[in-house]
Design a protein around this ligand. Structure first.
Ligand SMILES: NC(=O)C1=CN([C@@H]2O[C@H](COP(=O)(O)OP(=O)(O)OC[C@H]3O[C@@H](n4cnc5c(N)ncnc54)[C@H](O)[C@@H]3O)[C@@H](O)[C@H]2O)C=CC1
Ligand SMILES: O=c1[nH]c(=O)c2[nH+]cn([C@@H]3O[C@H](COP(=O)(O)O)[C@@H](O)[C@H]3O)c2[nH]1
Ligand SMILES: [K+]
Length: 505
């Protein structure tokens, strides 16, 4: 490539010049100029780090929100090679149970098995077509001896009220498989016992973990092939958890550590506080092996304080989330592209990975976040509405949707997070988030791999075959950017058509 372009005729700006002009830019404001391609898309590696000691094979993290990440989402994110951060808008023991649930399974599937004791009676709810069987354990709880099961085909209306023990089939050897069976082992097991049953019980020493059906396994096998996922040294899936900065969070953390949590995120909209700095030091002192991620921050000076306190990762974003109203309510925050670039420029000097948190609606914004210096993107809205997000689908004006809400919404606060907002009930409650709904997006196991393929195409256009090479292009000012005018943004989208269908894969 020739280098004899005069400075007056520069192609775009380097990031340093573009982000030092006093504007707060977000992803949609900026555009990268294409560079030079000398490798195929498949040569792009998106492997990265969440924090100093947590490697990931894809740069995707699910938000610690109660409509985004519980055990099902966290298991699926780990199966994909990313990671999930379990929310803490619940009791410490319930949050620890989510961590254990991720740790005890190797299939990114989750159902809510119905479990009764032998003396229980057959009732209406057994007729739910999604329920393959009712499990019978000694005490009727998951953590007691499995005695048998009543398959759905074994009950019918006239058996209403009959004792389960009268219809129960005993738990034979082939019913139960170890909970650490992966998808392929489980699949071959189900195939072997096909004529008797189309489901199996995943169990571990402590009791029943889940019931998995052949249909569910087939569905996952139809999605893009999974790699080995994000694994801890003991072979279990990695999972993170959010905590706060109150004294009570120290007890919560102890339970989470006992449950096997791999990384903690100190969850705050403004992380540069005495509370967080003390908590970072406490975590590093008490659990030196545990990575701690601080945030949220959007400036270099906030970041420097948390780095000095010992964080292993930084979460960046204030007010950029789809459900966030912080910038409107508090007049504080930063455009997300500027925030990511600025924080990453200091964090990279200390080897601290940056998580670009919030504001992701489509793949191009993920490319921008990563190329501007982030090591991962954290997503709430992009993953809400998926099969793996907590909650049930409902029908809203003819569309299947799931609830998605801000953790600072009145509704979420009154569920439990108001402890941290309002330890004192006499204080006035101000929302910094909204409650809404997201359309059904299907399984993250399907749409995340396609999204990553789109991200790889973006990297290829920029001539970056890895996050490392993208960051080198950024810092050497080889990467050229421009700010888009309103007209350029509208030109960059679909325009002029009478009507169209947007289908990405
Ligand atoms: N990324 C974003 O832009 C935003 C995110 N959120 C989300 O909402 C949730 C709540 O965020 P925040 O309100 O920032 O939570 P927070 O827990 O950091 O702060 C709540 C209030 O408690 C105070 N506080 C914290 N620790 C304390 C301690 N040890 N002693 C006394 N006071 C203490 C804080 O100063 C603040 O006034 C989080 O899930 C966060 O991710 C909320 C707003 C914006
Ligand atoms: O101002 C806010 N009020 C809230 O109630 C709230 N809840 C979550 N968050 C933050 O938004 C991120 C998710 O954003 P997206 O839906 O755009 O992915 C999350 O990862 C959080 O950083 C909030 N911000
Ligand atoms: K917002």
């Amino acid at each position: 490539m020739s280098n004899n372009i005069s400075m007056e005729e520069e192609d775009g700006f380097g990031a340093k010049k573009l982000f030092n002009q006093g504007f707060s830019y977000t992803y949609d404001d900026v555009i990268f100029l294409p560079h030079y391609i000398d490798f195929p898309t498949d040569a792009v590696s998106l492997s990265t780090k969440l924090s100093r000691n947590i490697p990931l094979s894809i740069p995707c993290v699910s938000s610690p929100m109660d409509t985004v990440t519980e055990s099902h989402m966290a298991a699926a994110m780990a199966a994909l090679g990313g990671i999930g951060i379990v929310h803490y808008n619940t009791t410490p023991s319930a949050q620890a149970a989510f961590i254990r649930s991720v740790k005890s399974r190797r299939v990114p599937l989750q159902s809510s098995p119905i479990i009764f004791s032998p003396d229980s009676r057959i009732v209406n709810e057994f007729d739910d077509p999604a329920v393959p069987c009712v499990l019978v354990t000694q005490s009727g709880k998951p953590n007691s001896k499995l005695l048998g099961y009543v398959a759905r085909s074994d009950w019918s209306g006239e058996k209403q009220g009959a004792k389960l023990s009268d219809y129960m089939r005993p738990a034979d050897e082939s019913l139960v498989v170890p909970s650490n069976y992966d998808l392929y082992k489980l699949d071959s097991h189900l195939k072997q016992q096909e004529r008797e049953r189309d489901f199996a019980v995943l169990a571990e020493e402590g009791g029943v973990v889940d019931v998995v059906t052949k249909e569910d396994v087939e569905k996952v096998k139809g999605y893009p092939k999974l790699g080995k996922g994000t694994l801890s040294s003991d072979g279990s899936w990695m999972v993170g958890a959010a905590i706060g900065t109150r004294d009570s969070d120290k007890e919560r953390l102890e339970l989470l550590v006992k449950a096997g949590v791999d990384v903690v995120v100190l969850d705050s909209s403004q992380g540069n506080s005495i509370y967080q700095i003390e908590m970072i030091k406490y975590v590093k002192r008490t659990y030196p092996q545990l990575d701690v991620i601080g945030g949220n921050v959007v400036t270099m000076s906030q970041a420097q304080n948390l780095i000095a306190a010992g964080v292993d990762g930084l979460r960046v974003g204030m007010g950029s989330g789809s459900i966030c109203t912080t910038q409107e309510v508090c007049a504080v925050g930063r455009g997300q592209a500027t925030a990511v670039y600025k924080v990453a420029s200091v964090a990279s000097q200390s080897g601290v990975p940056v998580i670009a948190d919030g504001g992701i609606q489509y793949s191009g914004q993920i490319v921008k976040a990563l190329v501007l210096g982030a090591s991962t993107v954290m997503m709430g809205g992009f993953l809400a509405g998926s099969t793996e997000a907590p909650g049930q689908y409902v029908n809203k004006d003819g569309t299947r949707v799931k609830k998605y809400r801000g953790m600072g919404s009145l509704e979420a606060m009154s569920k439990g997070s108001d402890q941290r907002y309002l330890g004192d009930k006499s204080k006035l409650k101000i929302a910094q988030g909204v409650v809404g709904a997201m359309p059904d997006k299907g399984s993250v196991l399907e749409f995340v791999p396609y999204t990553m393929q789109a991200v790889k195409q973006g990297f290829q256009d920029l001539g970056a075959s890895s996050l490392h090479s993208a960051h080198e292009l950024l810092r050497s000012q080889t990467l050229r950017l421009e700010v888009r005018t309103g007209a350029a943004i509208s030109e960059g989208g679909v325009h002029s058509l009478h009507s169209f269908v947007k289908k990405s894969f």
